[in-house]
Ligand binder design. Structure first.
Ligand code: BDR
Ligand code: CA
Length: 328
């Protein structure tokens, strides 16, 4: 019901626009999306969050340079939330927003368009409706929806990482991406567009253990080293908090499009709290249908963790082979 164009066997690649704030897990989400034969990445837009916008944009260009995928256009988006004061997360991702292994300097620049302008242009020119895959605050997506109601029909759906039905991580009630811009999240959840939500309910189960990032390293070559080091960096932060592994949040929003069979999902009505004294930024899910409201989101609640690790190892292997062969 919610998903008219998730790719099936033999289908042409589904067009997507990625939007995020890299961030180690954003970077790995993009590694997964750019390796997926069932997706066509039309462009990437950036938002402030894990680090300020200048840094997330710079990191995006470094990631695409590392991947030798500078053909993908990048546009810088919102430097601040719609209403809220900016929040950044140097404790999680380091001062650069992507601390850890050394990365190349960008071989290209961002386009001159804003994120909304680039998204609008790509939506207009795409041969079929496009999935948006936001893995940061929802500011750019909300701004697009507000500025271009005529383009809603060009959006197949939104597969996002954000929120948590059962808990938060930045406050007891709120997950970071939603807390950064709750007003934007409210616009997205009330948009009426098909939504796939990969929140903490699933992403905190999507953990990489030390043997998993060593499996990534075992792919061999410099690219696999970088991804394994990103995972290791992310692990160290979370391990110190008591996690067994690193919850690799953002790629789950990509998994919802490329391998939905490894997720357990539940359709439900989800509202975003924008006013609460203790729960601003919470995603309130109507788990028992007590509001009588029709579901507005397909919420991922569980994942086959080993299959998830394998998807990422395979993506790293594909990129590594392509990079070693000098092919795009
Ligand atoms: C989300 O917050 C960010 O730090 C991560 O990149 C992820 O998108 C998890 O709460
Ligand atoms: Ca992110």
């Amino acid at each position: 019901m919610i998903d008219p164009s998730t790719p099936g066997a033999g289908a042409s690649p589904v067009p997507v626009i990625l939007d995020g704030d890299p961030g180690h897990d954003d970077a790995i989400a993009w590694v997964l999306a750019l390796a997926a034969p069932t997706l066509e990445v039309l462009g990437i837009t950036t938002v402030g969050g894990n680090a300020p916008l200048e840094k997330t944009t710079y990191n995006t260009l470094r990631i695409l340079t590392l991947l030798d995928r500078t053909d993908v256009p990048v546009a810088a988006g919102a430097s601040r939330p719609l209403v809220a004061e900016p929040i950044v997360a140097p404790s999680v991702h380091g001062e650069s927003g992507l601390d850890g292994p050394e990365l190349p300097e960008p071989a290209v620049q961002a386009v001159q368009e804003t994120a909304v302008e680039l998204m609008a242009r790509l939506l207009r020119s795409a041969s079929r409706p496009v999935w948006l895959v936001p893995t940061g605050a929802l500011t750019n997506v909300a701004a697009l929806l507000l500025a271009h109601p005529e383009l809603h029909a060009r959006i197949a759906g939104i597969s996002l990482m954000g929120g948590g039905i059962q808990r938060g991580n930045w406050t007891p009630a709120a997950e970071f991406n939603i807390l950064v811009d709750p007003e934007a999240a409210k616009i997205v959840f009330e948009s009426g567009l098909p939504l796939k939500m990969a929140g903490l309910d699933v992403t905190e189960r999507a953990q990489f253990l030390p043997e998993d990032f060593e499996a990534v390293r075992a792919v061999g070559g410099p690219f696999a080293e970088v991804v394994a080091d990103w995972l290791h960096f992310f692990y160290e932060f979370h391990h110190a908090l008591g996690y067994a592994g690193a919850p690799v949040h953002d790629p789950v929003a990509v998994v919802a499009l490329i391998a939905p069979e490894i997720l357990q999902t539940q359709e439900m009505f989800v509202q975003v709290e924008t006013a609460g004294q203790y729960a601003r930024g919470a995603t309130i899910g109507d788990v028992y249908g007590s509001t009588g409201r029709a579901p507005n989101a397909e919420v991922a609640m569980g994942i086959d963790r080993e299959a998830y690790v394998e998807l990422i190892v395979t993506a790293v292997r594909r990129h590594s082979e392509r990079l070693a062969g000098g092919k795009r």
